[in-house]
Design a protein around this ligand. Structure first.
Ligand code: PMP
Length: 394
């Protein structure tokens, strides 16, 4: 059922995105790559840069003190956004995005924790940013004579994590399971609250929340996660903004390596404003909206014989009990190459992503077109896209 009760709410929110109101003939359908910014985020950044811009943690004058306070405020804001049950113990670290955050966990934490004979589990069908850094750390340790076994995360035929197989893989040498909250190609919610039971009490769980932050509630306590990383720019903050949250409950406290240097202060200010905006909009409602739009798109595509929608077929229905899809729909045309299809759609004002989507090496073998939705996307945009795609049907 389409959530008609959300239509007025959605339309009021969409009006807050100046780039969208300035381009009425265009449909931005690439929010999994980066999200558009509401006026409140732009205003917060302008206000900061025109009234109190300074470096943080240095200087005794008011602008510097205020900037330091704004960075602390952003940390508290992130903790609240993630449902952090123990903000005094955990740590919020600002990074440039998920790629840098995951790399920091691998390099600044895992590399010091692994011992000869340890094992880690890595999701090789997820984003490369959540596969390559773990491999890099294991290769580095191998050069120092420390042998660590990397086991691929098991998936079932529905592109879901195979929990039974996973539980069977855990040994007393398993140290880390790297996971993804929402898959960036199939859009499936990987339902991470069930993971701890399979992992046992001691294994460190790292969560790539790049596609879930701002799309559905993230509850670090329910996941019993140790690390959660997300890209602020995909959650409506400025580019170059990201978060690495560390629970600091298993193993030694996470401390980022190197010298911290100057933080991305305006990006951090934008993140506070973005999380305020998302919470005020209601992440639960955003999830209902994008799930419904995605379902409308998949339902429409399934009526067109030229298209194949990727991912678990059983999860395509909006009321599917498995892996609810969060506004990411990826498909191929059986005769038109995905890049060509991307150009055709661009000519009609549809901004989609067409390529291999940075999947790690157990990913799809050929490229595809990805439509990724956020709260500002409309029913009309989805219907117009379906009309255009229908014009290319057999
Ligand atoms: N993980 C996932 C699941 C992603 O979708 C992305 C971005 N496409 C990343 C990691 C990398 O994020 P960033 O480019 O912001 O570092």
């Amino acid at each position: 059922m389409f959530p008609d009760d959300l239509r007025d709410w959605q339309s009021r929110l969409r009006d807050q995105f100046p780039i969208l109101t300035a381009h009425p003939g265009h449909a931005y359908l690439d929010s999994a790559a980066t999200a558009q910014k509401p006026q409140a985020v732009l205003d917060a950044v302008t206000a900061y840069l025109t009234s109190e811009n300074a470096n943080a943690g240095r200087g005794a004058y008011p602008w510097a003190n205020r900037t330091t306070a704004l960075v602390d405020l952003a940390r508290q804001r992130v903790s609240a956004f993630l449902g952090d049950p123990e903000p005094d113990r955990s740590g919020v670290h600002f990074v440039s995005g998920t790629t840098e955050g995951l790399r920091a966990v691998a390099r600044d934490w895992l590399a010091h924790e692994l011992r000869d004979g340890d094992e880690i589990i890595v999701p090789f069908a997820d984003h490369a940013a959540n596969a390559l850094p773990w491999r890099e750390t294991v290769d580095l340790l191998a050069r120092q004579g420390v042998r660590v076994t990397v086991r691929p995360m098991p998936y079932d035929a529905a592109h879901d994590y195979d929990m039974r197989a996973l539980a069977g893989m855990i040994t007393d040498r398993t140290r880390l399971i790297a996971t993804t909250h929402v898959h960036h190609v199939y859009g499936g919610d990987m339902n991470l609250a069930r993971l701890r039971a399979a992992a046992g009490p001691d294994v460190v769980i790292s969560v790539d929340a790049a596609q879930s932050a701002g799309h559905l509630p993230i509850d670090v306590a329910a996941m019993d996660a140790d690390f959660v990383t997300f890209s602020g720019h995909k959650a409506m903050a400025l580019p170059g903004t990201g978060v690495l949250w560390a629970a600091n409950r298993r193993g030694p406290r996470f401390t980022p390596g190197g010298w911290s240097g100057t933080p991305n202060t305006s990006g951090i200010v934008s993140l506070t404003a973005a999380l305020d905006w998302l919470d005020a909009a209601g992440v639960d409602r955003i999830a209902r909206w994008t799930v419904a739009l995605g379902a409308r798109l998949t339902d429409g595509l399934r009526k067109l014989s030229a298209y194949e929608v990727l991912g678990c077929q059983r999860s395509l229905a909006a009321d599917s009990p498995v892996q609810q899809r969060h506004g990411i729909v990826t498909f191929r045309h059986h005769a038109i190459g995905s890049n060509d299809l991307g150009f055709i759609l661009a000519a009609d004002g549809f901004m989609v992503r067409s390529d291999g989507h940075c999947q790690a090496h157990h990913g799809e073998k050929t490229s595809s077109v990805r439509v990724s939705l956020h709260v500002y996307n409309t029913v009309d945009e989805v219907d117009r896209l379906l009309d255009t795609l229908a014009g290319l049907d057999d």
